[in-house]
Each structure stands twice: as C-alpha cells, then as structure tokens.
Design a protein. Sequence first.
Length: 372
Amino acid sequence: MSAIIAALRTAVVPRGGAFNELLPHQLAELVIRALLSQTGIAAAEVSQLVMANSLGAGGNPARVAALAAGLDHVSGLSIDTQCAGGLDAVALAAALVDAGTAEIVIAGGAESYSRRPLRAKTFADQRPAEFYTRPSFTPDPEADPDMTMAAGELADRFHLTRQEQDQFAIDSHHKALAAASRLTAEIVPLAGVTGDVYPRALSLRLAQRTPALAGTVSLASTAVEADGAAFCVVVSDKTAARLGCGFALTVAGYQTLGADTRLPGYAPVEAIRRLFERNPQYQPQHCLTEMMEAYAAQAMVCIRQSGLAMDNVNVGGGALARGHPIGASGAVLLCRMFHELRQRNGQTGLCAIAAAGGLGSAMLLSPWGTQG
C-alpha cells in the first residue's frame, strides 16, 4: 500500500498577476524542491514525476520540470485530463508504487494561464492558419458545449437561482479568508507571494453587480483563470516506515470516468456514486470533502446530488475564492485535503473534480496504516 507523505503548493494567483512571467516548469520546480527538502528525500531516490498540464502544448512538461528540479534521471510522465489531471496524476503515482515499479513518485500539476502558448490549426489547402483558444473535447461539435454555457444549463436543470450561486461564491471567499493563516503551512512562497491573493470580503450586493455569463451563472460564481502548481510525494510502505513519517495518507479508493459531454459539471456525481459503491465501508456524508468549484452551479449540484454534508465541504474555501490553474487544480484539492486531515484524527477525505469532455474523478483518502 502506498502512502502520501507530504503535499505542498504555490499560492494560486489569477492570470496576469505575480506569476505572469513564470512557465509551468518553473512553478513546478519550486514545489518539487521544497518537497524534497521537507521530506529529506535525495533527488537520486525519486523514481518518477507524474505531472498534469493542460495549456503547455506538449514537449513533455513533466520531463522539463524534472530537469529543472535536478531530477535528471527521471523520465517524467505528462498527462492531460484537463481540470482532473492533477488528481489523476496522484492516482497514477499511487498505482505505480502499489505495482512495485516505483518506490518514490512525485505527482501533481502545474499550469500557467499567463504564459499559455498561442494555438493555431493549419490546413492542407494552404489557407492561413486559424488561431483558437479552446480545443475540441469531443468529435461532435454539438456535444461539446462551452463550459460556462454548460454550467448555465446545469443551473437551469437543477433550478439554481443566481442569488444561490452568488451566495455560494461569497461563502467560499469567507471561508478562505478565515483559513488564511493556517493555509500558509501548505504554500511555498514565490515571487513575494505567501498566500492565495484572490479571496475577498465579497458581499451579495457586490456579487450581483457582476455581469451574467450564461443564464444565472455570473462572473462572481465562476472561478477565475489562474497560475499555480501543487505536488505531493507518494512512497511505498517500506519507504514511509524508513522515513519515520508522523502523518501520511493512503488512497483508499479512486474512480475516474467519462459521462455526458453536454453536462460535464455533473460527471463527479457519477464518479462519487461508483466510488462509494465500490467502497461501502465509507459514507459520503461523513467525509471531509474538497470539491472543485469551477462554477458555483457545478459544485452545488455535485454536493447535493452526492449526499455530501455542506459543513464538511471546502472548509478552507474553494476555487471560487482562489482561481483555477487547470492542470494543477486537482492537485490543489489533494494538497488542501492533506493539510486539513492532518488536523483531524482519523477522518476520511474525499476529493472530486469535473473536467471538460464529460470527465469526473473522485478519490477517497484515509490515514495511512488504517488499511488492510
């Protein structure tokens, strides 16, 4: 059984902010080096780096990050499952360790919205290249809605008012502000930034002044594009024992799936349902939960339809209060969960996230040593 023994991240900074000159591998390097320092693991001991990145346009960003962090012997495994990538990277790392093919794996994600490359399609008939900002997530354009429009459809289908969604966003900001001092333990300072910069004392009056983006979905109830990185260290039981870890988590269960591409925000509901069907010893309403907040509508529907207890969800604020560094967001959830569970004796955690293309991923985390 593998163990997650450490988790750290950068602050999450909206696009064009303090991280606007940093590339994904530079964001990743800082966190990776900090994890090695914190755990006392030598660079030569690392078996693999699994890194999610969605906007970097190839080049094996995990290998680039490994080289930047002094892990020259590590090949680097890059994945792109969009928003879910950071969480999926951790699941892959645990699988590598559990299979006995790796002893120590660093896993997570890094994203720079600020430095994302321009994308263009070329044509066989020599027409000028056509630039685009959003790739296709399905072969059928009719089944590939804009994510904001899909969030608006989800809100309509489940009868969520704008005020409810704006209030959910306000609550996320308030929780993040209240938790700011304890969040410093998980954040590696970078470019003079020591904490998430976006949380604010948002009021309903201010929220309702923001423009509507799609039906009842507003700017206030939508996570901003952001830069950031988050990683964890996954090791074998033997290595965890050797290092004398005082606290660690294990992946007690994991589910990823494809669902209706027209309602991508609903996919975590299906992932969570299957996850608990396969792990009936756990109850969703008792789990501390980190639910991705790409949109208030998406988060609210997933929380309600999955039977989660709102008091247990995003206790330190969510992405509506931080921002959304796509490939890193799932790893930010994992990092938040690691540090929240550290303060709680024996509680189980649930991380869940939706992604473009109708993807949903969910992970159960329990204290290391309580399994099997």
